[in-house]
Write a protein that binds this ligand. Structure first.
Ligand code: HEC
Length: 272
């Protein structure tokens, strides 16, 4: 005989009763926590909230400037993860851009061809280094803030294709990001389970969102490295989990410190 059908109860009723019991057991609610527990939780949440703000600031400063303009845009994400492969190397894009007038056309074209042929050393020794000395050195070898491209090692950096984030960097950052942020959301989510006035299903959804978006975020870095059209996913991923974290942090702080001072407490919706 099915044990759940004993005693005139059906499974639904038993689960319902268990549900009520479990609800009674969850008397651990944010507003009723002891002062030390509230202090512990609040300290953690405030530090994490501050950390999220700094993370946002850091993203603005590193990625935000990648396209040369202030503020985070889809182009920034593309330059950071995918690189600027269409624009070629820095040398070629500068010679076609702001450095265009600094050498006669034949010299410019010879330099571009040299760079696009993989910058062979013999040609550097025979011709290119002299052109650089003649046309570029006046500025680049004399103004300390400019890359000294008369030095072959410096020039080598300028002729590399901009391929965005390297595989090894991306692998390293991905695993640090996943491990580290999972810890943050584990504890924030745990604290949030003690919130009241939110149905169990909605709580579960809010708790799951940061984990899902975290995976979307990291996956989207790799997708963007491969195809720039995925750049918008990076922004949605980062935005999504910041939003979910903010909801949890603010709800928890409110219910610990402000709610107990109010007369009307929200009543938990019935457990389905
Ligand atoms: C009149 C001074 C001047 C001359 C001559 C000049 N440059 Fe520049 N170069 C600059 C300045 C200023 C910058 C930084 C601003 C910019 O990137 O446009 C720069 C930047 C660059 C950069 C980017 C460096 C970096 O670290 O991002 C490259 C590459 C470059 N120049 C190549 C050349 C080459 C090749 C020549 C010779 C054909 C040349 N430049 C001649 C002034 C000069």
């Amino acid at each position: 005989m099915n044990p759940l059908a004993m005693g005139g109860y059906n499974a639904r009723e038993i689960y319902f009763e268990m549900g009520l019991k479990m609800k009674e057991i969850q008397r651990f609610t944010l507003s009723d926590l002891t002062l030390p527990m509230k202090t512990l939780f609040s300290g953690y949440l405030l530090v994490i909230g501050l950390g999220l703000l700094f993370a946002g600031g850091q993203i603005m400063l590193t990625h935000g400037m990648a396209d040369g303009k202030v503020g985070l845009s889809v182009d920034d994400i593309i330059y950071s993860y995918h690189g600027n492969q269409e624009g070629g190397s820095k040398l070629v894009s500068k010679l076609n851009g702001s450095m265009k007038d600094n050498a006669p056309p034949e010299v410019r074209i010879a330099m571009i061809k040299w760079a696009e042929n993989g910058a062979p050393q013999e040609e550097w020794d025979e011709k290119i280094s002299m052109d650089v000395d003649q046309y570029c050195a006046p500025c680049h070898a004399n103004i300390p803030t400019l890359a000294n491209i008369t030095d072959k090692a410096v020039m080598d950096e300028m002729i590399k294709l901009d391929e965005g984030q390297s595989m090894s960097t991306l692998t390293r950052v991905s695993h640090i990001h996943l491990f580290g942020i999972a810890f943050i959301f584990f504890f924030v989510g745990w604290i949030f389970t003690y919130a009241t006035g939110i149905s169990q299903v909605n709580k579960a959804i809010i708790i799951s969102v940061p984990f899902l978006f975290l995976m979307v975020d990291v996956l989207s870095w790799w997708l963007t490295k491969w195809n720039p059209n995925f750049a918008w996913l990076v922004i949605i991923g980062g935005f999504g989990y910041s939003l979910a974290a903010s909801v949890m942090i603010f709800t928890a702080l409110y219910q610990m410190w402000i709610l107990p001072r109010r007369k009307v407490h929200p009543i938990d919706p019935p457990i389905q």
